[in-house]
Ligand binder design. Structure first.
Ligand code: GLU
Length: 294
């Protein structure tokens, strides 16, 4: 039996809250119970919202809680070349294209289509699929725009990607040890098309979440991804990228989300459920563990 490898992968774009405490403590518990390892990953490709100060506070909150991980955390900001390499492989397969529209421009274009009576799909986060008109641009036209300095993101060509996988229906699956929003459990069929042409690299060249996440899970040798149910649908995009890049497939466990007293998902911008606030108010690490059900 190979040793299980778990990871906790928070983004330092705000203070950690009770939901993070639950996820970190659950990963730690599972790693201990199975004789596995727990690694930490700092998901900080968003350089606008993430900062070294927030990272330091995040690590301090985790240590105070009693979460211990093996070795140095893997900081995404220090591994740009790994993501570039993955995107270049997808480009070489003809599965990625430069996308020149900003999110706002894409939204407006989609609204125009909707006003003209065309229904338009949204991804599981409620964002309209990228219109992807650039797929029709000839190489010369693309190159002119790139050379003119037009900023561009890089997006996956979903249609081509699915065609390249050429899998019989239901073959792109994962083993779900937790539950999806509809109670999905066990062998779960991925639906990557639900994400449309999702972003691989932003206009600032930084790797987007889905890409960085699967590349890192593979590099860190993660065998068990244990994370909140809000990321259940993201797993469909992750499975497709793993298939295209030939990466190993971990087992997934999507756990309950900790909700506030009004039944809403916790947010990093709310102070009352932040670990820092609870610490200041005199809570002990054991109190936090109890609050989240341990
Ligand atoms: N960085 C993500 C977050 O803080 C978690 C990503 C993951 O666990 O895959 O929500």
């Amino acid at each position: 039996m190979t040793q299980a490898v778990f990871r906790f992968a928070p983004s330092p774009n705000g203070r950690l809250h009770l939901g993070h405490a639950y996820s970190a403590l659950l990963n730690q518990k599972l790693a201990r119970e199975t004789g596995g390892r727990l690694l930490l990953r700092v998901e900080n490709t968003d350089t606008v919202r993430c900062s070294p100060l927030l990272e330091a506070r995040m690590l301090d909150d985790l240590r105070w809680l009693g979460v211990t991980w093996e070795g140095e955390p893997r900081r995404q900001s220090e591994h740009g070349e790994d993501y570039v390499e993955a995107v270049e492989r997808l480009q070489a397969l003809g599965l990625a294209y430069p996308a020149f529209l900003s999110r706002g421009e894409a939204r407006r274009l989609v609204e125009e289509k909707a006003a003209a009576g065309r229904s338009w799909p949204c991804d599981p986060d409620g964002v309209p699929h990228y219109p992807g008109e650039e797929r029709l641009l000839g190489e010369a036209e693309r190159d002119v725009r790139i050379e003119a300095g037009d900023p561009f993101a890089i997006r996956l060509d979903m249609k081509k990607a699915l065609a390249m996988c050429d899998l019989p229906p239901k073959q792109l699956c994962w083993q779900e040890e937790g539950n999806g929003p509809e109670g999905e459990h066990g062998e779960t069929v991925a639906d990557p098309a639900a994400w449309g042409d999702f972003m691989l690299t932003g206009k600032d060249r930084s790797a987007a979440y889905h890409l960085a996440c699967v590349v890192d899970d593979a590099i860190q040798g993660i065998t068990h991804v244990v994370r909140g149910r809000d990321l259940f649908h993201a797993t469909s995009a992750h499975r497709l990228l793993q298939e295209l890049l030939g990466l190993p497939v971990p087992v997934y466990c999507h756990h309950d989300l900790i909700l506030d007293s009004d039944g809403r998902k916790l947010s990093k911008s709310r102070a009352d459920t932040s670990i820092a606030e609870l610490r200041t108010a005199g809570a002990a690490p054991g109190d936090i563990a109890k609050m989240v059900g341990f």
